[in-house]
Every structure is written in structure tokens, then in C-alpha cells.
Design a protein around this ligand. Structure first.
Ligand code: SF4
Length: 79
């Protein structure tokens, strides 16, 4: 999953760092640091961060795609 934060928009509210701390971190004077190649396992956290950002500064590619390297159990095994 690829993500980009529009740092011109970002106001440093740190909602993202609170909701997805493995992907976004606040770094004192430098402001927001983030992992642009977040693991698919972080998808839910990232989705929450995207929704919570007050200025919609977080753009994500592939958020709707099934997690590529996080194998998921099928919910039902009907025939
Ligand atoms: S929630 Fe949005 S405005 Fe706040 S630090 Fe994250 S990207 Fe920036």
C-alpha cells in the first residue's frame, strides 16, 4: 500500500500518529514522518487515520485492494 501525505495541507494535528502509530509519527520540529510503503497489515489503521485527518492530507493508493501479503481466512467455506 502506498501513501502520501500532502505536507502543505498537514497541520500537524497528529490524529494519524494517534490512530496509526506504526505508520505515522510526529517528530518535534521536523513535523510528521510516515512510512510511504506501509504494510498491508496496517490497512485498517491507515484507513482510520485517513478518515480522521481534519484536512484530508493523507492520500492512499490501494486501500480498497485486498491485502496482498497478509493472507486472510475465507469467512465462509460453503460449496
Ligand atoms: S492527521 Fe492530517 S493534519 Fe494531522 S498530522 Fe496527520 S496528516 Fe497532518
Amino acid at each position: 500500500m502506498r501513501l502520501v501525505v500532502d505536507l502543505n495541507r498537514c497541520q500537524g494535528y497528529a490524529q494519524c500518529a494517534f490512530l496509526a502509530p506504526d505508520v505515522f509519527t510526529m517528530h518535534g520540529d521536523e513535523g510528521l514522518l510516515y512510512n510511504p510503503q506501509a504494510d498491508a497489515a496496517q490497512k485498517e489503521h491507515v484507513a482510520r487515520a485517513v478518515a480522521a485527518c481534519p484536512v484530508q492530507a493523507i492520500l492512499v493508493e490501494g486501500l480498497d485492494e485486498p491485502a496482498a501479503h497478509a493472507p486472510r481466512e475465507e469467512a465462509s467455506h460453503g460449496r
